[in-house]
Design a protein around this ligand. Sequence first.
Ligand code: PRP
Length: 207
Amino acid sequence: MDVRTVDHPLAKARLTVMRDARTDNATFRAALHELTVMLIYEAMREAPVRTERIHTPVARTEGYWLANPPLLVPVLRAGLGMADQAHKLIPDAQMGFVGLARNEETLQPTPYMESLPSSLAGRPVFVLDPMLATGGSMEYTIRLLTDRGATDVTAVCALAAPEGIEHLAASGLPVRLVTASVDERLNDSGFIVPGLGDAGDRQYGAV
Ligand code: PRP
């Protein structure tokens, strides 16, 4: 599986704010917003463009437009904190939604919401979720997408665990990963180590 790590001082600094247990909810959300810009920037690096001659006030030149903007799919709750920033960078993108809560004992995703276009053939899809831990939630989401014909899926995650990457690679699903860090491991509770805790709770409060 193609894994691209955004290795940049600005990304590291935002991620450090998110990791720090002293960071309050509002500051965490702000850091995730800013990190999302960097992750989407990298995820769009090879996006196809169409060209068209335009006029500047001074001369004619080549203009560039996104040829096939991705469908953005935040995974609720935590992925909501990435949605607006991704949408600002790709204003022509459509957005779908998937709601999952991971069972704290079994670590299996429990779906509670889905709103997706019926056909995704020929459309790139970006799944937005700050955390790739066991990979169960991402696998579940990608299967919803491939069932609708998607063949080009990018998981955009602030953090990933090696276990989650292996899980996705073994699934054989058509996915690549863009992340700011591949951390050390999962602990016995399924949390990423060193990680940042629970990205949903840290943005919106514990439920
Ligand atoms: C977290 C996270 C991912 C999932 C990752 O969400 O945002 O969706 O867990 O874990 P996995 O890779 O082991 O499946 P959670 O279920 O805690 O819900 P929340 O976003 O509502 O906090």
